[in-house]
Write a protein that binds this ligand. Sequence first.
Ligand code: CA2
Length: 155
Amino acid sequence: MSTASDQRTIAILNGPNLNLLGTRQPEIYGSESLDDIDRMCRKHAESLGFSTRFQQTNSEGELVSMVQDARACSAVLINAAGYTHTSVALLDALLTVEAPVIEVHLSSPHTRESFRHKSVIAPACNGVIAGFGSLSYRLGLDAAVALVDANGVNA
Ligand code: CA2
């Protein structure tokens, strides 16, 4: 359900295993925890005049529900993690979002295994920012805010 508080809110949705950030594979995903990224995003969004709704789930169905709940937000940033490469259900949910949608990744999937080269959700996204570690989220917020301002939607 849409509420007044969803306006000027950017939903930042995180998929499976991202709760493990900072504990394993720092050479690929960096040493920051997801809480660190949450804090950085909140601070940066606030400096741009937006609040954030930062969520993580390991469940595909729950991620679909989070996308549905984010439809009243000003924009959506999504790191769908492994579901990026597999989930038609997530694509279908994202296709119902009228606000700007930015796909973000910490690593650069195109320079990794071939099964990571295809993003099933990309057709529902305005663009993709990948390979900059946690900076991808910050750049994603900048892109989202630029699109919101340009569209005059939920401004
Ligand atoms: O680079 C990204 O942000 C990814 O979305 C991360 C996903 C991967 O499947 C995508 O291809 C690219 C994997 C997230 C796993 O996160 C972990 C974090 C710490 C330790 C182990 C896994």
